[in-house]
Design a protein around this ligand. Structure first.
Ligand SMILES: C[S@@+](CC[C@H](N)C(=O)[O-])C[C@H]1O[C@@H](n2cnc3c(N)ncnc32)[C@H](O)[C@@H]1O
Length: 197
């Protein structure tokens, strides 16, 4: 993964969305995830893909939960740590122990992306969900049940661009009941937070 100089003239998804180029900054999707998590999360909480750490910090402040913030991006981990969060650099759920988290939160990279338009920088990793939009969502759903405590829950941000029904279908095949905790529609997509239990 490179820290590409954005002045080189190529336009990434990040630049098209007017975002900075190393760490995803809070946006509408972050706000929806935080809203659902403040309502439903408690105990020991893991935020996968914490980005700026804003969601994790909000949940910790508003609920008093102990929140662990993780990301594959070392710049994100440094920023989250600077907010005073417990932070782990991790690829999805790989290093976490079985059966420990009362809630797992994830606002995944979900934009469907043509492989010919991938630029291999950190903002691409924050935004691109591969061709289907679900290249990070699917392995997350396949493994998240492992790290949940009994009665643990998952709050997963899902965009209509990534195929809401496909995500629900995979979650149900993994044994979860799925309900929509919060939903907002925008001109080009509908964002939902799925509550999986
Ligand atoms: C859409 S951003 C969300 C950031 C933040 N949670 C928010 O809502 O503002 C997705 C985040 O997932 C992280 N990410 C991408 N691939 C990952 C992986 N394999 N494991 C962990 N985090 C990953 C990105 O670095 C990015 O910070």
């Amino acid at each position: 993964m490179t820290d590409r100089d954005p002045s080189d003239g190529r336009r990434t998804l990040a630049e098209r969305r007017g975002l900075e180029t190393r760490v995803y900054q809070p946006a509408e999707d972050s706000g929806l995830l935080a809203e659902a998590a403040v309502e439903h999360a408690s105990g020991l909480v893991l935020e996968v893909g914490t980005g700026s750490g804003w969601v994790a910090e909000t949940v910790a402040r508003e609920t008093g939960a102990r929140v662990v913030a993780s990301d594959v991006n070392p710049h994100a981990c440094r920023g989250a740590s600077a907010r005073g969060l417990e932070t782990a650099r991790a690829d999805l759920l790989a290093p976490f122990r079985d059966g420990v988290f009362d809630a797992v939160l994830f606002n995944p990279p979900y934009l469907p992306t043509d492989p010919d338009n991938e630029w291999d920088d950190w903002m691409e990793a924050a935004l691109s969900g591969g061709e289907s939009g679900r290249e990070l969502i699917d392995p997350f759903l396949d493994d998240v049940g492992r790290v949940l405590a009994p009665s643990g829950i998952v709050l997963l941000l899902v965009s209509s661009l990534a195929g809401f029904d496909d995500v629900v279908d995979r979650a149900e095949r993994r044994g979860f009941d799925a309900e929509t905790a919060v939903q907002e529609s925008y001109p080009f997509e509908t964002l939902s937070v799925l509550l999986l239990s």
